[in-house]
Design a protein around this ligand. Structure first.
Ligand SMILES: O=P(O)(O)OP(=O)(O)OP(=O)(O)OC[C@H]1O[C@@H](n2cnc3c(O)ncnc32)[C@H](O)[C@@H]1O
Ligand SMILES: [Mg+2]
Length: 204
């Protein structure tokens, strides 16, 4: 049995990562969270790209624990803002992890952007780093359109503002999708799907 540490301090994101990995039915791999290991200092997420930041987090986790470590760096890339908030998504309002303040600021910034130019993409980069230093980085994207007011209570972050382009979403925001629906469509689900074969091979 090999163990993979999933390194995220965001409880709702961690729950999604766990759910998708559990759902993939990878046998012989035990997935644990940061609560199961001794605390180690967090690296600042100073990378210019989602991939850089995912690697920063996964390398730190693998170094500190000696375990294989998986980390996600993600965010919302808004067309009318030239890709921002991007890697600054978690702290766009200046307060890390304040979803409400982040959403309010984003809505105000794009208040004058007409419906046909309110496109955006959720992006997730997931990095897997082994104790011997092996690195795999994958990326998933999820296109949609931004609402003018939040809708729905599921998910986290910018989910209440984002209506996926996918027909099956039928105009619901990603905070109005069930957990299983979000996982099957989301940037994170798409990124992790590419890591499943790598995780299977770790199990030997
Ligand atoms: O770095 P960790 O500890 O994993 O947790 P974090 O919340 O700081 O995570 P990120 O640095 O990757 O920032 C991602 C932010 O992007 C947004 N985001 C990412 N995925 C999302 C999703 O599936 N739905 C809604 N918002 C999302 C949300 O605001 C997150 O806080
Ligand atoms: Mg972060």
């Amino acid at each position: 049995m090999s163990t993979v540490l999933v390194a995220s301090r965001n409880a709702k994101k961690l729950a999604e990562l766990r759910r998708v990995l559990d759902g993939a039915g990878i046998t012989g791999v035990d997935v644990i969270g940061l609560d199961a290991v001794a605390e180690y200092p967090e690296e600042p997420e100073t990378g210019a790209t989602f991939e850089d930041n995912a690697l920063i987090k996964a390398v730190a986790g693998a170094r500190a624990t000696g375990m294989t470590c998986l980390a996600d760096d993600s965010g919302l890339s808004v067309d009318a803002l030239n890709g921002m908030p991007g890697v600054l998504s978690a702290r766009w309002s200046g307060r890390h992890g304040d979803d409400r303040a982040n959403n309010d600021l984003l809505l105000a910034q794009i208040g004058d952007v007409p419906d046909e130019r309110r496109g955006a993409a959720f992006v997730s980069a997931c990095a897997l780093v082994t104790p011997s230093g092996g690195q795999t980085v994958v990326r998933g994207e999820w296109r949609g359109t931004l609402l003018r007011a939040p809708r729905g209570d599921n998910g986290f972050g910018y989910d209440p503002l984002f209506v996926p382009d996918d027909d099956v979403a039928a105009g619901r925001s990603s905070a109005e999708l069930s957990a299983a629906e979000k996982d099957s469509l989301s940037h994170r689900g798409k990124a992790l799907a590419q890591l499943v074969p790598v995780l299977r091979s770790l199990a030997g």
